[in-house]
Structure formats: C-alpha cells, structure tokens
Design a protein around this ligand. Sequence first.
Ligand code: LLP
Length: 428
Amino acid sequence: NGTAKIEKNGILSIGGCDSIDLAKTHGTPLFVYDEELIRTQCKRFHNALSSTGLKYHISYASKAFLCKEMARLAKEENLGLDVVSIGEIYNALSADFPAENMHFHGNNKTDQEIMYAIEKNIGLFVIDSFSEIDRIEAIAENNNKKIKALLRITPGVEAHTHEFITTGNTDSKFGLNIDNGQAKIAIEKILQTKNISLQGVHFHIGSQIFGTEGTRHAIDKVFSWLNTLKSELGFSAKVLNIGGGFGIRYTEEDVSYPIEDAINEIAESLKSSSEKFALDIPEIWIEPGRSIVGEAGYTLYKVGTIKEIPNVRNYVSIDGGMSDHIRTALYDAKYEVAIANKMDSSANYLATIVGKCCESGDIIAKDVYIQKTEINDIAVVSCTGAYHYSMASNYNQMTRPAVIFVRDGKDKVVIKKESLEDLLKNQI
Ligand code: LLP
C-alpha cells in the first residue's frame, strides 16, 4: 500500500525517500510516516461516506497517533478529532485544531478535564456514566455554558477481530447498557438537565475488526432501542456515532477488507433498519484511528547482535524494542519485517526479531522470514503507524524515537528524538 517501493538498488524507499538515507540522517529507531497514504485514507473515508448520500461526520481517533502535525493534517483533511484526555485536547489545541471539532470520550473524565474542555468550548462530550451527567451538568452550570453530548451505550454486541459475539455487554467499564435498562435511564436523566443538550448516542464494538457483521447487528439493535425511546420518551437521536475499529492488514494473513465495502454495507444496514423501524437515519459519525494511520507507519531500526543458537533459533536484535513497539508483547500481534537495504535478496532467513529491553518478552516479530542480515543493516517493520508511538515508553530509560513524515521525496521531522536530558527534565 502507499508509496513504499523497492528501488533498483534493492533499497526500500518511502514517499520517494531512500530509507537508508533517512536512517542515517535522523538516526534509528525512527518512525517514518507515508503522508500521502494518511491523506489517501482520509479521502477514502470521505468519498465512501459521501457516496452513500447519508449525512456524516468523520473524526480521527487521536489515541492511535497524535502530534501537532497530525492534528494539522486531520484539520486539512476535514476530520474532527476524538480525544480522551486533557493531554490530547491540549496537544490538538496547540496545533490550532478547533475545539468545536473535537469530541471528548473517556470513562473517567476528571473534574479538571471537564472544566478545561468546557472552558475551551469542546464540541461535544461523550457521556459515559451516571455520575458524569451530574458532574458535567454542575460544571456547565457554574460556567454558564450549554454543552452538547452523546451517550455512550453498549449495544450487547462485541467484535473480536474476525468474529462478533452477542453478549449482555453489561460487564464493561465503558458506556451504559441498553439491555439492562441503564442506558434508557441515563437518557431520561440527561433530558432533564438544563445545560446538556443530548444529540444522540455512541457505540464502539471493538477494534481491528474485519467485516461489518457485528456493526450491522449492533445497528439493528440500536435502531430497535431508539424506536422505543422515541415512543416512550419522545427522544429522537440526531447523531449516531458507530465508533472506529476498521481492520488493517498487518501481515499477508490478514484479509483485505476495503473501507469502501465496509461503509457500503453499513449504509445498507442503516437504510434497512430505518425502514424496518420507520425511523429517520441520524447523522452518522465514525471515528477511525488505526485505519487512518496504521499502514502509513514504518519503523526503521539498526540491526545489532545476531545470535544463532544451533537447532533452536536465530535472534536478530535491533536498537529499539518494546519501548517503541509494545503490541507484540501486549497482544501477540504479528508484524512483517524486512531488511531495508537488502530488499532484492530473498527472504529465506528464519529469525526472531527482538529488542534491546531487559525482558524476554521484548519481541518485535517471532519466527519470521527475513533477508539474511548482518550488523548495521537497517530493518524495517511495516504497519507501525497506529498505537506505536502513542504507546511508547521510557522503559529501561530508552529515549523515544523521532517521527518523520515523508512525501514527494521530502522528509520533515514532526517529533524530535528524545534526548538524554529529556529523561531528566522532570526529575528533582
Ligand atoms: N472510538 C473509540 C471509542 C475507541 O475506543 C477506539 C479505540 C477508537 C474509536 C479507534 O479505534 P480504531 O479505529 O483505531 O480501531 N491499543 C490497541 C487499540 C486500542 C483501541 C482503543 N479504542 C491496539 O494497539 O491495538
């Protein structure tokens, strides 16, 4: 996908930039984003949704990867922003991202966060609990502000990547359940407030989902529930936010499920549920994160120690690790690795790519075929654009890598590499 390609000299280029030059210029580990591909993904969502004829709004789930440049890009591509903390709000505001195009999620927004968001005129709150209704109402009243909100509901449908299951879904720290009646009570309660204007509801059934069966099932359940709300409470949702979760291809084993197909299927299901229950289709909001930035990101590492244990395994160590790549250790996620300066050799060397952190679980990719490699080669891990930098840490006092955007043969640093002084800056 995107602009990455193998040049005649066997070197991987991304966005028209030689990956080995990038590694030399900016050092390793290095996060490289194919800016064109991020923009393409934004446009694909817009085109797919606008061709359904539905009213829609797209927000980028900034938890996947946020920095000032990413916030500017999201604004340029006409995306709103899904934020979950004062930190994400602050970061986006510092890039002049308009507060009114942000919506604020989270199961435990603190009073300080609510106050900050209200002061900054955040576009909308996604209310997650009963106590939050009271707290937002009180803070809004004190500040003489009217705020807009959605209620986060759990529709009793959960997706686990390739399949979905129907659960009571009562056991979740997020949202309020529609089957046990709590969501309806919350709606009634919000409708009684003076300062909160309820625009609709939100659900998110999971992440890295392929196919739309679970979402379609959830839509039907939610429409049936909204139908009851209309007759019992006279409430009609203006907005239905169906979350993010569109799956991406980490490896060849992941199926390809084009965004366009997913959106068309969702639109069909909205239309049929709307007919079935004689309800208008609310404005449809989505909030993709991974599918916007995941495939656009690459991590470049320098190969260091290679340990070949006869009849056991070949370990190839790189100069980063779980401090910039936690998903393998955390979720047993699968990645493809290649040697960026030897892309024209065949990938016939079986190795486990490991980091330099002090933990056996510090694995990037287990038992994968890569090109035969030696010290100082540059290894590239693809599909590291989502939940990599944003989940990076200073474990072992590792410094976070730089992040660069590449496009049309030009590279720009969007986050500098952390320095050793940065490690000390908050220490007394
Ligand atoms: N909306 C809500 C309410 C969410 O909770 C999430 C993700 C998204 C949108 C965006 O989902 P996406 O389109 O990116 O799948 N750290 C994990 C992923 C956690 C996702 C949390 N919520 C990972 O690395 O896979």
